[in-house]
Structure formats: C-alpha cells, structure tokens
Design a binder for this molecule. Structure first.
Ligand code: GLP
Length: 244
C-alpha cells in the first residue's frame, strides 16, 4: 500500500480529489466506486468545484455506490441515495443512467444483491474504488466477521456501526439494522483503490489496517493484498504510523 500523508482534513480531501481528477482526465469514461460518510464530504466538494470551474467533465463517467440501507427510500435524508444526490450527483453532469445504487427497498433483497453484483461486473472493470474506513475496520458495509464475503450481499449491521451512524438519525432506534453492500471481492477487483482516512479517532484502526494481520475481523486489512491501494490519510489518523 502507498501511504500519502496529508496535513489535515482539507489536505486529505484535496489530495484524494486530485487523484480522481487525474483518473477522469486520463480516462473520461472511468468506472468509479463511491462511498458515503463524513470522510469523503470534502473530496466531493472539490469534485463539484472542478466541475463548476469547467475543469472536469462527468458526462461519460460511470459510478456505483458501495452500499445502501435496507428500508429507506431515496427521499429519506439518511439514505445513501439522498446523500449521493445532495453531495455530488445533483451538482455535476453525470447521466442518470450512469450513477448506480443498490435498491434497499427491493421486494426481494437477495435478488437485488445479485442484480447489483451483475451490474458492477457488466461495467467492464472498476477503474477506481474510493473507500472510507469504518471505526470497526469496515469497508462499504463489510463488517468484521469470520470470513470475507466476496460479492454483493445483505448484511446485519454491527452494533458499533449502528451506534456510530446514529449521529445522523433522530434516535438510534431509527438506524436501519440491515444494508446491502458490495463485497470484498467487488472492492478488490478495482484496478486502483483510494482509502481516505481522517481524524485521531481512526488512528488505532488505521494502524491495524496498515500493519496488523490480514483478517476478516478487520475487513480493510485485506487491502494489504491489493497491488495498487493508495491510503490518503491525515496526520491525526496516521499518528500511530511513523513517517518513514
Ligand atoms: C459508513 C459507510 C462507509 C463509510 C464508513 C465511514 O457507514 N458504509 O462507506 O466509509 O462508514 O464513515 P465516516 O466517513 O463517516 O467515518
């Protein structure tokens, strides 16, 4: 893994945005896997700015979202569909048909997981998978467990994830208990992975991800095996990793 040390949150956002900027310039029809969460808000802000300034064109870019809660519709402010529209898609020239999301309201959720998995495969290869890091080491919603789940699947969210995400809901009881997430195999199939991490509260888990054993108990640790994984993290998140 290549670790890029950023000074702070803004610097992390700028560095990650510039990597994606370069990707889209090099390949205008890039396939990007995109996460939600607080960590990538600054990155999405910078991509919006690049578009507004006329420096980036998203008209041929294809994206798929990593995950979605079960049971929230796209108008629900806490759904990941709402998040992606609000923070990115409503502000750039991406074609509706090119921005994909799992449907957390599908009547048959297992079938929806298969459909979404096939869809990702039909995009012809993922160029860049952008990731945030859960406080328990999750990527997408691949929670700690006994084994890595390869393909898109239905997941029962960890108690720690429910508590961490309760900050976005009126009460913890409103946080969905289930989600659809792409699998670790989908993530690893990307040609390039950009893992964004910010803040002291992620320092311990980031140390485990970068230097610990590869284990499904720390799902992001599998990224050690990826041939082109770039970790863009700020000094606070890297405080347990000595600089060279
Ligand atoms: C969320 C999402 C992940 C995200 C992670 C970190 O629950 N499922 O895709 O990367 O947790 O979130 P944050 O950036 O808010 O810490």
């Amino acid at each position: 893994m290549t670790v890029i040390r950023a000074k702070d949150y803004d610097d992390m956002s700028a560095k990650a945005a510039n990597l994606i900027f370069a990707q889209i310039i090099m390949k205008p029809d890039s396939v990007l896997g995109l996460p939600t969460g607080s960590t990538v808000l600054g990155l999405y802000g910078r991509l919006r700015d690049y578009y507004w300034k006329g420096d980036l064109d998203f008209s041929r870019v294809r994206t798929f979202c990593l995950d979605e809660y079960v049971g929230l519709d796209g108008d629900n402010r806490q759904s990941f569909g709402y998040y992606m529209n609000k923070h990115l898609f409503d502000h750039i020239n991406i074609e509706d048909g090119n921005a994909h999301l799992p449907d957390g309201l599908a009547a048959d959720l297992e079938e929806e997981c298969e459909r979404y998995n096939d869809l990702i495969e039909s995009l012809g290869g993922v160029d860049v998978q952008v990731l945030g890091l859960g406080g328990n080491g999750h990527i997408g919603f691949n929670e700690p467990g006994d084994y890595f789940k390869k393909s898109t699947h239905l997941v029962n969210l960890d108690e720690s994830t429910i508590s961490a995400n309760a900050r976005f809901f009126k009460s913890i009881d409103e946080v969905p208990r289930e989600a659809i997430t792409v699998g670790v195999g989908n993530i690893l199939s990307a040609k390039k992975i950009i893992l964004c991490v910010s803040g002291e509260q992620k320092a311990d888990i980031l140390r485990q991800v970068l230097t610990g054993n590869v284990t499904p108990q720390v799902p992001a640790s599998i990224l050690q095996f990826h041939p082109d994984c770039i970790v863009v993290a700020d000094e606070d998140a890297l405080k347990n990793i000595p600089a060279d």
